[in-house]
Design a protein around this ligand. Structure first.
Ligand SMILES: Cc1cc2nc3c(=O)[nH]c(=O)nc-3n(C[C@H](O)[C@H](O)[C@H](O)COP(=O)(O)OP(=O)(O)OC[C@H]3O[C@@H](n4cnc5c(N)ncnc54)[C@H](O)[C@@H]3O)c2cc1C
Length: 440
């Protein structure tokens, strides 16, 4: 076999994007994947004539985010994205568009008027804190909220925290909410932010990939330079061999030598592959808290959800997010039928899978009159959407490790954005670090 430059452990979106970038920088890469399939939690498969994704997805930041940067630089074939449409909020029987701007917020009838005003006051107080140089990564959303807000408003904000950072309102840092996007470079920072809050039009740069999530994975696979990337499935890495630095891996089937190893599994599992990591590093990894979720896919004999967009179910317990994927691409369901995914999070510690399935399905059936008689297919998934909650009291991994030529990548290595874009940010970070180490 030809000399291997890098071994990538794991074929999720982080591993695949890493292999694509390194191979297009002229390196020979081998990807080792323990499962029989490629894509990790970013793929699609068929269930009784429906094409379900691993959880309902919206792909964000398509205009200038990190995934876009990687697509522009390394993809030879790009997936086609269909505009995602609006986000709707469902509370009780009512469904209303998500209030993206302050103007929309002021008339957002699902939240009591008193709370809307209190929250605007809290927002301006927070922007004032920003001006006085406070570190937003250590302040939680609940710390800047007025005490007097109603339970409905608190649940609405808690919902946002869980879906954006995988942590509760008591643990989510406000940095995630205030400085994610780039702003007009010509505006004065705080004024620019306030201006944005008045005029913002919502998630206009989000999309759903035609053909399902698999289309993203297929585009990456099609973009690999010929003969530069080899993928081996059903091959679990059991040990990373280290001398002066990472030198190779031992798997369930074989052993491989290489110049660098990139690990894209859970960072907290890394000590199982290298027993003698420094204690302080291992201790931090042990404090990472994973996000958990349950998805229910429903195949329906008629189109019940007519909106082009997702719904945030604030009343649901656990909280839910619904995406009718066949509204974007009718080919995902049999003709005339609808495919809808509901993701529920957070699941309690040591939850019973059957109890959560029953409760979550019960929530859907109770909320949508008559849905039960149109159910043609039910499919459940228990998946980890993010490898690390971005809560201020939890640990987080890093792209760099204490071992030379060993790197980590994935959603527990970079505190920025969420989901696929967090994975993409981690790949950009990794490439910077590997480049500065002289790897390419
Ligand atoms: C319900 C749900 C909803 C979501 N919604 C959105 C959304 O709306 N928007 C969005 O952008 N993102 C969303 N995401 C998140 C997004 O899909 C993930 O963050 C992203 O796909 C994670 O990619 P990854 O490569 O970091 O991890 P993974 O996909 O977990 O990949 C890691 C891979 O490494 C392999 N592996 C681990 N250990 C080993 C080993 N020792 N040897 C060999 N292989 C190994 C695993 O089998 C796996 O294939 C959602 C996810 C879920 C589950």
């Amino acid at each position: 076999m030809k000399e291997i430059d890098a071994i990538v452990i794991g074929s999720g979106i982080s591993g695949l994007l890493t292999a694509l970038a390194l191979s297009r920088e002229g390196k020979r890469v081998v990807i080792l994947e323990k499962e029989s399939y490629i894509g990790g939690v970013c793929r699609s498969y068929d269930v009784n004539g429906y094409r379900v994704d691993t959880g309902p997805h919206a792909i964000t930041r398509l205009e200038n985010g990190p995934l876009r940067q990687l697509m522009d630089k390394y993809f030879t074939i790009a997936p086609q994205f269909i505009p995602f449409g609006k986000y709707y909020v469902r509370i009780g029987e009512e469904v209303k568009p998500f209030p993206w701007s302050i103007n929309a917020w002021l008339t957002f009838g699902l939240i009591p008027k008193k709370d809307r005003l209190l929250l605007i006051k809290a927002l301006f107080n927070t922007l004032y804190l920003a001006k006085s140089g406070k570190d937003f990564s250590n302040i939680t959303l609940s710390e800047v909220l007025p005490d007097r807000i109603s339970l409905t408003t608190r649940r609405f904000l808690d919902w946002l925290c869980y879906f954006l950072v995988g942590a509760s309102i008591e643990n989510a840092p406000i940095s995630r909410f205030v400085d994610n996007k780039t702003h007009n470079p010509r505006s004065i920072p705080s004024v620019g932010k306030i201006y944005d809050l008045f005029i913002t039009e919502g998630a206009t740069d989000q999309g759903y990939p035609k053909g399902g999530l698999q289309a993203i994975v297929d585009a990456i696979l099609a973009s690999f330079p010929k003969g530069s990337v080899e993928i081996k499935t059903d091959e679990q890495v059991q040990k990373i061999e280290c001398g002066e630095g990472a030198q190779g891996v031992i798997t369930s089937q074989d052993s491989y030598e290489c110049k660098a190893v990139v690990y894209s599994g859970f960072s907290s599992n890394l000590p199982r592959l290298i027993p003698d990591l420094p204690a302080s590093y291992t201790r931090n990894l042990a404090t990472i808290k994973r996000v958990n979720s349950m998805t229910i896919w429903l195949g329906l004999t008629k189109k019940i959800f007519t909106n082009q967009g997702a719904e945030m179910w604030v009343d649901a317990d656990p909280y839910a997010w619904m995406v009718p994927t066949s509204n974007y691409d009718p080919a995902l369901a049999p003709k005339g039928n609808q495919l809808v995914g509901f993701a529920f999070t957070p699941l309690p510690e040591n939850y019973s899978s059957s109890a959560i399935k029953k409760k979550a399905l019960g929530t859907i059936v109770d909320s949508i009159p008559d849905i039960e008689k149109h159910i043609d297919m039910i499919h459940y998934q228990e998946l980890i959407p993010e490898k690390a909650s971005w809560g201020i009291n939890y640990g987080f991994g890093d792209v760099r490790t204490p071992i030379k030529n060993l790197y980590c990548v994935g959603t527990d290595t970079t505190k920025r954005s969420a989901g696929v874009n967090r994975a993409a940010y981690s790949v950009l970070n990794l490439l910077d670090v590997m480049k500065s180490d002289g790897f390419f």
